[in-house]
Design a protein around this ligand. Structure first.
Ligand code: COA
Length: 329
């Protein structure tokens, strides 16, 4: 077997829509309060995309910023992999729309649907292509316009979601000289498919008047079950990714921004100090596949990651799915 090519992260980028929506907005829609939302989730505000913006529009902006940071031109890309659960269309893929609008004329493009684990699934796919010598420059994206699929009559789910996008450009490590991807892992357990799902609109229940009336084309969530699953798997992923390394080497943990209480509960058990954990859920809520690349990009741009130190990415979500990545920055 040919030897594996080491892969690095050449640049990151992110984008959030301009419209800021405070918790008070939901007090007018459902029986809730700013106090409940802040206490139970840590969220103070989130971004809503404009009516004329779709997932590909958010993805495009994040991608341009990642390409600029990486110093890579769109036509140099070999592949685009986009993680989303809120594609512009069921057909074709959102990655193809981004490919066209970027002018990535030599790139293949496809979407992956692993819900909140979408960015890590895209990242691991891109890493594998480069490691195997099948591509040299890969754009990986996590992007969501969740507000198109949120049921604004369901108080337990509508308050937590926001819209955003994040991206990263991967190249062989000898080309970019930073962000070496050391470990990756992905897992799934479809027995929990209905913890978070959209019952209608797919091939099992194509859209009908009845599915619309029953609001089955919106996200349904068993929040308490997700909470338990998330605390367990976030902890497990961090432990698996950092095994064999000393805690001093770890610069940052970038977890999926699902709920501040979930992040705190999981990381408390691992004895990771709060200053090493990236939390921005108070500003953006849960933007599913976009949370990890958005938080990573903010940390990179804020200079929070010292070169040579370790960064751990962890995510989990509908499927059920989960994943972890270890990077030497
Ligand atoms: N405002 C006020 N009360 C609310 C509320 C809201 N927005 N949402 C739920 N409640 C109520 C519930 O109805 C329940 O009332 P009851 O005791 O009278 O039945 C009570 O608050 C407690 O509900 P519970 O579901 O136990 O709350 P929680 O502390 O688990 O918080 C979530 C709910 C949804 C915030 C939390 O479970 C969570 O973050 N889960 C994971 C999120 C998720 O699924 N993300 C998507 C995939 S990553």
């Amino acid at each position: 077997m040919a030897s594996r090519i080491a892969v690095g992260i050449a640049g990151t980028g992110s984008y959030v829509p301009e419209r800021v929506v405070k918790n008070a907005f939901f007090e007018r829609l459902v029986d809730t309060s700013d106090e409940w939302i802040v206490q139970r989730t840590g969220i103070e505000e989130r971004r809503f995309a404009a009516d004329d913006q779709a997932t590909s529009d958010l993805a495009l902006e994040a991608s341009k910023r990642a390409l600029e940071a990486a110093g890579v031109k769109p036509e140099e890309l070999d592949l685009i992999v986009l993680g989303t659960l809120t594609p512009d269309y069921l057909l074709p893929s959102t990655a193809c729309l981004v490919q066209d609008r970027l002018g990535a004329t030599h790139a293949g493009a496809f979407d992956v649907n692993a819900a909140c684990t979408g960015f890590l699934t895209a990242l691991h796919t891109g890493e594998a292509f480069i490691a195997a010598g099948r591509a040299r420059r890969v754009l990986v994206i996590g992007a969501e316009k969740l507000t198109s699929f949120v049921d604004f009559t369901d108080r337990s789910s509508c308050v937590i979601f926001g819209d955003a996008a994040g991206a990263a450009v991967l190249t062989p490590l000898d080309e970019c000289g930073q962000g070496e991807i050391l470990r990756t892992t992905l897992g799934a357990d479809g027995k929990g498919y209905d913890f978070i799902h959209m019952p209608g609109g797919g091939s099992r229940k194509p859209p009908t008047q009845e599915t619309l009336e029953k609001r089955e084309h919106f996200i349904r969530m068993r929040g308490r079950d997700v909470f338990r699953f998330a605390v367990t798997y976030m902890g497990e992923m961090v432990r698996e990714m950092t095994e064999g390394y000393s805690p001093d080497e770890i610069a940052l943990v970038v977890p999926h921004q699902v709920n501040k209480r979930i992040i705190e509960a999981a990381l408390e058990r691992l004895d990771i100090p709060p200053e090493k954990v990236v939390v921005n859920i108070e500003k953006y809520g849960n933007s599913s596949a976009a949370t990890v690349p958005l938080a990573l990009d903010e940390a990179v741009r804020a200079g929070r990651i010292e070169k040579g130190k370790l960064v751990v990415l962890v995510a989990f979500g509908a499927g059920l799915t989960w994943g972890g990545t270890l990077i030497r920055w």
